[in-house]
Design a binder for this molecule. Structure first.
Ligand code: FE2
Length: 290
C-alpha cells in the first residue's frame, strides 16, 4: 500500500487527482453499503421540497444550512413532485445524498474516515494537520441520479491558502454508463473560479447562500473519464475541475466521500456555507488511527 500511496500523491500533485484500487476491501465496502442502505431506510420524509438537492428552496432552507452536525437526507430533483410535495419514486431510489456529519456520528463511516491508510495519504500529500470538515453519501441511483456540473470543491469549502482534499470511495463500480467522475487534468493549477458563500442580510439578519460569480465555461473535450472499481479511492484536489454525468444505466453508483483541509498552514474561511458546530464537527489529527 505504501508504494500505491506514493504514486497517488504524485498523481495528485501533477494532475489534481489520483486513484488507488482496492483501498477498501470487499468486506469494508459491504459494511459501508449496508450502513448506507439502513440510513436510507430510516430517513424521514419531512418536507420533500426543502429536501431536494440543488432546488432554490433547499439552498435557502435551514435544513441544508444546519446539516453540518447531522445526518440528513436530500432527494434527487427528478424524484420529487414539487407541486404536490411528494416523492415520485420509492424512497430507496429517490435519495441524492446524505450528509454532512457521518464522519462524526456514524461509527462505520468514522472508522473509514480516520483509518491509518487515510492518515498515510494525508502524510504523503503533505497535510501536517488534516482536519475533516464534512462527509456525504452520494447515491446517483439508476435513472434518477442527476449530474454534477463542472466545479471545484474549494468553491464550497475554501481555505487560505487553498489546501483542500476530497476522499471519494466507490461503493459500486463507477462506470461511464452510471456516471463516473470526469476530470480536467492539471486544472488544479488554475485559480478558484468562484465561491459559494454565506451572506447575511443587513436588515433582517437572515443568512442566505450565494454564488460569487457565474459558472465558468469549460471545453467538453478537456474532461477525462475516470471509471473505477468498487473499493477504489479517488483523491480529489480542492481546485481540480471535475463533474459527473447523470446515471442513465440500471446500476447504482453509491459513493462515500469526505473533505479535509490542512489546518497547519491554512485558514478555514468564515463565510463558507459549512461552519464547525459546537467545536465538535471538524475532526483533527488526534482522531486518526496509527
Ligand atoms: Fe466535487
Amino acid at each position: 500500500m505504501d508504494e500505491k500511496i506514493r504514486n497517488l500523491a504524485k498523481s495528485f500533485e501533477e494532475n489534481g487527482y489520483g486513484v488507488i484500487e482496492n483501498f477498501l476491501d470487499s468486506e469494508a465496502v459491504d459494511l459501508l453499503r449496508r450502513e448506507a442502505a439502513n440510513l436510507v431506510e430510516s430517513s424521514t420524509i419531512d418536507d420533500c421540497r426543502r429536501q431536494v438537492f440543488g432546488h432554490p428552496i433547499h439552498v435557502k432552507s435551514d435544513y441544508f444550512l444546519t446539516s453540518g452536525d447531522k445526518v440528513r437526507t436530500f432527494f434527487e430533483k427528478g424524484a420529487v413532485d414539487l407541486d404536490n410535495n411528494k416523492l415520485l419514486v420509492e424512497k430507496e431510489q429517490s435519495v441524492a445524498k446524505i450528509g454532512h456529519a457521518l464522519h462524526c456520528l456514524n461509527v462505520s463511516f468514522r472508522r473509514c474516515t480516520t483509518s491509518c491508510h487515510v492518515r498515510k495519504v494525508f502524510e504523503a500529500i503533505g497535510f501536517k494537520d488534516p482536519t475533516v470538515v464534512q462527509s456525504m453519501l452520494i447515491f446517483k441511483n439508476p435513472r434518477v441520479g442527476g449530474e454534477y456540473t463542472p466545479h471545484q470543491d474549494a468553491s464550497f469549502l475554501c481555505t487560505e491558502p487553498i489546501r483542500l482534499a476530497g476522499f471519494w470511495f466507490a461503493l459500486d463500480d463507477a462506470t461511464e454508463e452510471n456516471g463516473c467522475l470526469q476530470f480536467i487534468p492539471g486544472s488544479h493549477k488554475e485559480p478558484l473560479a468562484r465561491r459559494f458563500v454565506r451572506s447575511q442580510d443587513e436588515k433582517t439578519g437572515e443568512i442566505s447562500l450565494i454564488w460569487t460569480a457565474s459558472p465558468a465555461e469549460y471545453d467538453d473535450d478537456a474532461f477525462v473519464r475516470v471509471p473505477v472499481k468498487r473499493g477504489s479511492l479517488v483523491l480529489i484536489h480542492g481546485l481540480v475541475v471535475h463533474r459527473s454525468a447523470p446515471n442513465q444505466s440500471d446500476k447504482p453508483r453509491w459513493v462515500y466521500t469526505f473533505h479535509a483541509y490542512d489546518k497547519n498552514n491554512s485558514k478555514y474561511l468564515e463565510d463558507n456555507w459549512l461552519q464547525e458546530i459546537d467545536n465538535k464537527t471538524f475532526l483533527g489529527m488526534d482522531y486518526f488511527l496509527h
